[in-house]
Design a protein around this ligand. Structure first.
Ligand SMILES: C[S@@+](CC[C@H](N)C(=O)[O-])C[C@H]1O[C@@H](n2cnc3c(N)ncnc32)[C@H](O)[C@@H]1O
Length: 385
């Protein structure tokens, strides 16, 4: 099944990226038989999801919703010979907890514990594999005239194991944030920014953007690309390494991805030489990237100082570097402080128009409160370009 209707692809994409089941609707133009078949072939039996499955909690909620919608579809269709494929029901049942309450106990029954969303009440969302689909620029042109059908072979996917809460273990870094989707989209549409280059990412989190950059570099025929993924938090960085190296990601074949603890506050140390040495002699980047790293007013001065330092070190050695930073404007003052500090450091910035969605909306905004309306992508340089 290489070519599917756009609506079926959207359902696959939503399942893979864990869009809450309450937002997923079986498309009205799809027959019961086609839906039955697609759910089995593309989702239930998909070998990728067997190896990199969404959390049990998510699957339970998804299949519960699908079974309910399939029943409605069947009732409306009046097809008496049809039935829900038993593999769908088996799949749903396999996600339900096996042990019920102890006889005689006052614990609520299994079904009673399942609230409307199909999740036991009070249970926080668990860590999960998440798969994001994306289309390399080359294939975006090819499919232009057939937008009602999607050729799955034109898509790539990036899989990560991530937390589903916004803050866990005191860090925001264990999940993928909306701004990194926007920056990824921009880089996918402008791959020459990273192809054949040395890219330094600040505050990489668990690596979504890193996987995209490493994949774009791998897909390019140019040689000698490299990528440095840096973050202050070692646990986040370890998860980032595991994600980049998942065998299903093209990034796992990249020979030159480095993972390095880099705390922006090092720039405030009295001896900045070790940091300069790292940035100039070891990394020596062509371009700096960062997504959703402007969020804490206290971190704005060191962050801006690190960006300025990398650009200045480049200038001194005759390399014109730039930084591309995507941020979600949650508080106008934090964003303003970022711009003010950047000006004080002698930096110039220009807004990069947000890339077209290309029919590929990012539904994750539902959970993080971010949307394209409050995301800015900035190109920062030392001299006006
Ligand atoms: C909101 S998360 C964004 C993660 C990722 N870029 C994304 O968009 O999904 C902010 C990231 O900045 C990192 N961070 C926070 N303070 C830092 C510091 N002082 N130096 C370096 N990284 C830091 C966090 O560990 C976290 O991974």
């Amino acid at each position: 099944m290489n070519t599917v209707r756009w609506e079926i692809f959207a359902l696959l994409r939503d399942y893979a990226s864990l869009v809450p089941a309450r937002f997923i609707q079986i498309p009205s133009n799809i027959s019961f038989a086609e839906m039955n078949r697609c759910l089995v072939e593309l989702i239930a039996l998909n070998p990728h999801f067997q190896l990199y499955a969404p959390s049990n909690q998510y699957q339970r909620s998804f299949w519960k919703t699908m079974v309910r919608q399939l029943e409605d579809l069947l009732n409306r269709s009046g097809e008496e010979d049809e039935e829900i494929d038993p593999r769908i029901l088996d799949h749903y049942l396999s996600t339900l907890p096996t042990s019920g309450p102890t006889p005689g106990s006052s614990a609520p029954s299994l079904r009673g514990q399942i609230c409307d969303r199909g999740l036991p009440l009070g249970e926080p969302p668990s860590k999960s594999f998440v798969t994001y689909f994306w289309k390399p620029k080359l294939n975006q042109v090819q499919e232009h005239s057939h937008q009602d059908m999607v050729n799955l072979t034109h898509y790539r996917s990036s899989t990560l194991e991530e937390s589903r809460t916004t803050i866990e273990g005191g860090t925001t870094g264990l999940r993928t944030w909306f701004a990194s989707h926007m920056l990824a989209r921009y880089l996918i549409q402008n791959p020459s920014i990273v192809e054949g280059k040395c890219v330094l990412e600040l505050g990489s989190g668990i690596g979504y953007l890193g996987i995209i950059v490493a994949s774009l570099q791998q897909l390019s025929p140019k040689v000698s690309s490299s990528l440095w993924l840096t973050d202050v938090n070692e646990e986040v960085l370890s998860q980032c390494r595991r994600n980049v190296q998942l065998p299903c990601n093209i990034s796992s074949t990249h020979k030159s991805v480095e993972f390095r603890v880099l705390d922006w506050e090092e720039v405030l140390h009295s001896n900045v030489k070790p940091l300069e040495n790292l940035l100039q002699n070891q990394i020596n980047p062509d371009v700096i990237i960062g997504a959703d790293i402007v969020f804490d007013p206290a971190l704005v001065p060191p962050l801006v100082a690190v960006i300025a330092l990398v650009l200045q070190l480049g200038y001194k050695s005759g390399i014109q570097r730039s930084a591309i930073i995507a941020l979600t404007v949650r508080k106008a003052e934090t964003f303003q402080s970022f711009l003010d500090h950047a000006r004080e450091e002698g930096l110039f910035f220009e807004d990069i128009p947000l890339p077209e969605a290309n029919g590929f909306e990012i539904v994750d905004a539902v959970e993080t409160g971010a949307s394209a309306d409050n995301v800015r992508v900035l190109r920062i340089t030392l001299h006006q370009t």
